[in-house]
Design a protein around this ligand. Structure first.
Ligand code: 5GP
Ligand code: ZN
Length: 114
């Protein structure tokens, strides 16, 4: 997708701070972190949201979630705990329509929905 910022990050056209990379998955730091640890984990291929990814490629969905766990460990929050969020659609506040899982941690995160 030529107009997608996360496709551009995958292509290297927009810089990012990578946390880990596999053949099909990329994890990089969020540019505007909402917690001390805030990593975004994405499939390199473009899907609009988590439901579309899961419908199209369940194995890749598993790879992305596994990479989220590895990113949490790499960031040092595996022991203290972390949150995995995939915003989907208008009520969630999804801004970027290339599926991404937020890995949040590094402090007590409080209630899930405010
Ligand atoms: P959403 O609201 O769609 O779930 O989350 C999009 C996330 O992408 C936000 O947390 C935002 O800070 C992050 N973001 C937006 N543009 C960029 C960018 O160019 N680089 C990085 N690393 N993160 C970005
Ligand atoms: Zn994309």
């Amino acid at each position: 997708m030529t107009d997608c910022i996360f496709c551009k990050i995958v292509a290297g056209d927009i810089p990012s701070t990578k946390v880990l990379e596999t053949e099909r998955v990329l994890a990089f730091r969020d540019l505007y972190p909402k917690a001390p640890t805030h990593v975004l984990v994405i499939p390199k291929d473009h899907y609009a949201n988590a439901a579309e990814l899961a419908k199209a490629d369940p194995a890749l969905t598993g790879e992305v979630v596994a990479a989220a766990g590895e990113a949490a460990a790499a960031e040092g929050v595996a022991g203290t705990g972390w949150r995995l969020i995939a915003n989907t659609g208008p009520h969630s506040g999804q801004d970027v329509f290339h599926v991404h899982f937020h890995v949040l941690g590094g402090k007590p995160l409080g209630p899930m929905v405010s």
